[in-house]
Design a protein around this ligand. Structure first.
Ligand code: MG
Ligand code: MG
Length: 256
């Protein structure tokens, strides 16, 4: 069931979304060659703690997971697409890092992700990340009253496929509200004009996950969490929590 949020609820979700935005900004600032993924997790924890927020990631255990998630961010490096567990791994020159972060505060959840390179970036990685950002922007632009879910999916998929990239199969965005994962699913590829009509008060986490090699397949690490490309190519992930309103899409996790 899709829960439509009131304007007051959307305002409250914006406050939570801004905590996520600040956490990602802090992680981005802390990330550098030689910095460990655990240190990035710590940077995000400090922001959540200072804001009086908790993490919907920490302790999260969906049915597929062998263990509760141990961190407040997912840190996925190079061929890791999503759900990477922060470890003592120290970032190397040219690593492509995807950071996903969530927050829970005042009864509302927020969810957002960024990809970036530490040190000297390969042109191919810059293009992949820019395409992921364009795909997210296209999805957000299509998140308007009068459109349907398929319009968001089609907008994202068109940007990704147009650049020759793969789209991670089986995974996509989701509704978000009191809980991080709510109905409806938000696919990253689809047919325009199809699916659920978009209405004022729907809040969606829109999140393209791109695979540089062009295939859509992924595999799971022995840790049961980290999802990687099967061809060893790199991946990028971008995400915003977005409210659909009569005045247009409102990005609740927008960063300065
Ligand atoms: Mg996320
Ligand atoms: Mg999400």
């Amino acid at each position: 069931m899709v829960e439509l949020k009131t304007d007051a609820s959307i305002d409250a979700m914006y406050e939570t979304g801004q905590v996520v935005a600040q956490a990602l900004t802090a992680v981005r600032k802390a990330a550098d060659v030689g910095v460990s993924l655990l240190e990035l997790d710590e940077a995000a924890r400090e922001v959540l703690d200072a804001a009086g927020a908790t993490s919907p990631f920490l302790g999260y255990r969906p049915t597929f997971a062998p263990t509760p998630f141990p961190a407040v961010i997912c840190a996925s490096v190079n061929d890791a697409i999503v759900h990477g567990i922060p470890t003592g791994y120290r970032l190397r020159d040219g690593d492509l890092v995807s950071i996903d972060c969530g927050a829970q505060r005042g009864g509302w959840a927020g969810d957002s992700a960024i990809s970036f390179v530490v040190g000297r970036a390969r042109p191919a990685d810059v293009h992949l990340i820019e395409t992921a950002e364009r795909a997210l922007a296209a999805g957000i632009e299509a998140a308007v009253v009068g459109n349907r879910m398929g319009d968001i999916a089609h907008a994202i998929g068109t940007v990704c496929r147009g650049a020759g990239y793969g789209i991670m199969e089986d995974y996509g965005g989701h509704g978000i509200g009191r809980r991080m994962h709510e109905d409806p699913p938000v696919p990253n590829e689809g047919r325009p004009g199809r699916g659920m009509p978009l209405r004022h008060g729907m809040v969606l986490a829109i999140e393209p996950m791109l695979i540089a090699g062009g295939g859509d397949a992924y595999r799971t690490d022995p840790d049961g969490w980290t999802l990687r490309t099967t061809d060893g190519s790199r991946a990028a992930h971008t995400e915003h929590t977005v409210a659909i309103t009569e005045a247009g899409p409102r990005v609740l996790t927008a960063r300065d």
